[in-house]
Each structure stands twice: as C-alpha cells, then as structure tokens.
Design a protein around this ligand. Structure first.
Ligand SMILES: Cc1ncc(COP(=O)(O)O)c(C=O)c1O
Length: 466
C-alpha cells in the first residue's frame, strides 16, 4: 500500500516536472518513454533517494560536482551558518571574509612550479563556463594592454570541452554541442589531442603525447605572435569521452607556451580537487599554469562558484589610470558568501579526512572492479586516472569498429543501469565512473555489477531502443 502510494507520488512529480521544465543537455522528446526521468527527493552520501523511496547510486557525482557525498553535514552546516550571517553582497567595492579566506587558501594549495612565480590573485565567477570566459578575456585583454594587438587567437585541443557559453563553446571541439552555433563562434585554432586512445600501432601513451606536442609546436610556430593563450583540460578530456593523456604532454605544452610567449590556461573545472589522484592534475606534470580555472568540486558540489587564479604579472598588467584597461568583467553573484563558505568547508574536509590517501585506496578498488568488466566482448579500452574510470565500447571490442550512433548504446546503458539502482550518464559509447569520494565497498560492488549488466543489456544485438 505504502509502496503504491510512493510510486504514485513519484509519477505525480514526473508529470508536474514535464509540464513545466526544460531540462539541460536533453532532447526533451525522449522523455519519458526513451529516457526515464528520475525524480530525486533527497541525497544521502553517495546515494540519491527517489520520490518513491528507491535508492540510486550516483556513479557520476552529479556531473562531476560532488566530492564528499550528497548533503554532507559539515558543508551543509557551514552554508546554514553563513546564510544567517551574510547571504550575499556585491563584490565590487565590497568585501567579505569567506571570499578573502577562500582566495588565501586556494592560492596556498594551487599547483606550483620551481622557478615560476606562483599564482597570486583570485577572480571569482559563478559557474564553470563563466570561469572559462573570464580566463579567455583576461588573456586577450592582458596582451592588448601590453600593446600586443596581434595576439587575438586562442589555441585549444581537438576533442576538448570548456562549457556552453559562446566564448567557451568556441574553444570546445565537440561537434554535438558546437556545430549548430558555429556561425556565432570566434575562430580558435585546434591542435591535435594527446589522447592515448588515438595511439597508432606500436605507440605508447607517451609516444602519442610527444606526437601531439610536436603538432602543437608546429601550430604555434605557424602562428607566432598571433596567439594569446592555449587552453586545455589537464590529463583527462572529460566531456570528450573521458579521454586520457600522458602528463608529459602538459609539461611540453607549458614549455612551448613559454617559448612562444603564450599564456597557458589550465581548465581544471572537472579534474581539480582530487579527481585525478593529486589535488590538481597539473601537479602530475610538475607545472603551474598562468591561469587556472576551478569550479564544480570547488564547493564540494553544493553551490555554483568558479575561481580563476592568475599570476601577479597578469594582475599587474591591468593596473592603470584608465578604467578601460581594468578587467571590468562581472557577474551579480560573483564570490557569493554562501558558495565561498561551502568551498572553505570542503577544503577543510581535504585536511581533516586525508582525502587523497583514501582516494588512492578507492581508486585501486575501482581498478580491480574495472579489470573484470574489461573482459566483456565489446570493451575496447578500460582507462583510469585516479577516481575516473572509463570503458570504451565498440562493436567487437576492436578500436576500428564503433557502434552505429542509432544503436544508442549509451542511452540503453543509462536505462539499464538506472533499473539496477545506479546513475550512469554515458558519453556516447563511453561508460564511466566518477563517484563521490565517500563511496564505500558495498556501493562499489553495486557500481561494478550494475555496469556489467548494463553493458551486456545495452550491447545485446536483439534489444531495441524503444
Ligand atoms: C573541463 C570543463 N570546463 C568547463 C565546464 C563548464 O562548466 P559549467 O557546466 O559549470 O558551465 C565543464 C563542464 O562540464 C568542464 O568539464
């Protein structure tokens, strides 16, 4: 009786939702028949609890935002405390403690490189794409202020992703998101991705990185004096299918940027805050960027906030008597105190809970679970960087034979996993795990079993996508 009542409640919420909401990154026509809509009543650790009481494991940390579990009490308490102290104030001409303290702490933990001046200033925005816009505009404007008016171009990597606003989209290379808006976008230069999946026969991941870096060198040479910045996602191109590359590419890209007087923008919006095994991915190449973009995990997954960290030299380039030479970019909610308080609480958890050490253990367990699944016939690649594991599915487990898009392997896998109590949101034919760091052994087992079953069901020749 109770179960029936809660199922009815879940149905009511679904109907009310579809009557009024337009969901992000969704072909709405697929709801509800092709694509189930999971109404979430509350979150608890790594789990999401539906209106009908069903428990679903968040295998993707809610678009890679959540670090320590849903409704994490310490972060929730910090937000509640801040809400009764100061909920918001504009950050132009005003200041508040959470913004200052967070900036101090971010600069403390930011990647450093021997012989290079550290990141020294923090500019806040309120989501990842906005953070990318800030970094791009800053890079361009900095050169303009220096009188280097020819440096108007950005270099980005093929298969990269930096967000959905027009500036961010212009430096992204995922046709599904970009193609339709192409007439509106500024022209970026794209360098080959160092993606190890693209390795030719006999090439190692490192060889592949060297080949891509040689191509980047040639591109920068061809456009000498025209490029203001290289933007890239260090170690993992997440939206591009969790494609991973050797850290040597990052080291070489840093050196090439220096040689060509080009700024390096590291977009660690998805990979920052412990996802790759170190606090920041740049650390694995021993480099520091000129501009570092952070968001998503910054607040532990509680509130939207972005931070762009810049060097003192970049900051100084905007100091002038002229207002036009200042960086006049702003968003109303820039540096929101609630979001900053959440971020401070999240950083405190890194300190108190030895998160990186625990993640290393969890990553080892994920590796073992993934190994078993890798033996399934359609799995062409299993790759892992820290707390990210991805499975690339092809028709026969061979690199050269992708599934035809109409098979909708990802969509089927999503549905099949959801029925088994796990939220996955495959990227095309790539299934991946990016769970909250608090995931325990029982939940890991569930993740492994549901993924295996979903893969088998999704690749079943006889299954239809209706
Ligand atoms: C690397 C990277 N940069 C930027 C963004 C954009 O962030 P947001 O979705 O908060 O606009 C994303 C989002 O997935 C991302 O993965």
């Amino acid at each position: 009786m109770l179960a029936e009542a809660s199922r009815a409640q879940a149905d009511t919420w679904r109907a009310r939702d579809l009557a009024v909401l337009w969901h992000p990154c969704t072909q709405m026509r697929e709801h509800p028949d092709l694509l189930p809509l999971f109404g979430v009543a509350r979150g608890e650790g790594a789990w999401l609890i539906g209106h009908d009481g069903s428990r679903v494991l968040d295998g993707i940390s809610s678009w890679w935002t959540n670090l320590f579990g849903h409704a994490e009490p310490r972060i929730a308490a910090a937000i509640a405390k801040q809400a009764t102290t100061l909920e918001h104030v504009l950050l132009a001409g005003c200041s508040h403690a959470p913004a200052v303290e967070l900036a101090e702490q971010l600069l403390q933990v930011a990647p450093r490189q021997p012989g290079r001046a550290p990141l020294a200033k923090v500019f806040y925005a309120d989501n990842g794409s906005a953070g990318v816009e800030v970094a791009l505009k800053m890079a361009f404007h900095w050169f303009t202020n220096r009188g280097e008016h020819r440096r108007t171009k950005f270099v980005a990597l093929e298969n990269g992703y930096h967000g959905e606003t027009l500036g961010a989209l212009a430096v992204g290379d995922i046709p599904l998101y970009r193609r339709i808006y192409a007439p509106l976008l500024t022209q970026a230069l794209f360098a080959p991705s160092p993606d190890a999946w693209l390795a030719q026969a006999g090439e190692s991941a490192e060889d592949c990185a060297v080949r891509a870096a040689d191509a980047l060198a040639a591109l920068l040479e061809r456009h000498a004096g025209e490029v203001c910045a290289l933007i890239m996602e260090p170690l993992v191109q997440c939206a591009g299918g969790m494609r991973m590359h050797h850290p040597s590419y990052l080291a070489r890209a840093r050196a090439l940027c220096d040689a060509h007087g080009v700024l390096l923008i590291a977009d660690e919006i998805a990979v920052g805050f412990g996802r790759t095994g170190t606090l920041f991915a740049c650390e694995q190449a021993g480099i520091a960027p000129d501009l570092l973009c952070l968001s998503k995990g910054l607040t532990g997954g509680f509130l939207p906030l972005a931070a762009v960290l810049a060097t003192q030299a970049i900051y100084d380039g905007f100091l002038d008597d002229s207002r036009e030479r200042a960086f006049l970019h702003s968003h109303s909610y820039t540096g929101n105190p609630l979001a900053c308080a959440a971020a401070l609480a999240s950083l405190a958890i890194f300190e108190s809970d030895e998160v990186l050490a625990r993640n290393r253990e969890t990553a080892t367990r994920m590796h073992m679970l993934a190994g078993g699944i890798g033996a399934l016939p359609h799995v062409a690649d299993v790759r892992q960087t820290g707390m990210i594991v991805a499975f690339e599915l092809t028709q026969n487990g061979d690199r050269g034979l992708p599934f035809p898009p109409q098979r909708r392997i990802g969509l089927r896998a999503h549905r099949a996993a959801l029925r088994r109590g796990v939220l996955l949101r495959p990227l095309g034919d790539v299934l991946y795990w990016m769970p909250p760091y608090c995931i325990d052994e029982e939940a890991l087992q569930r993740l492994g079993e549901a993924t295996r079953a979903a893969m088998i069901e999704a690749t079943d020749e006889d299954a239809t996508c209706g």
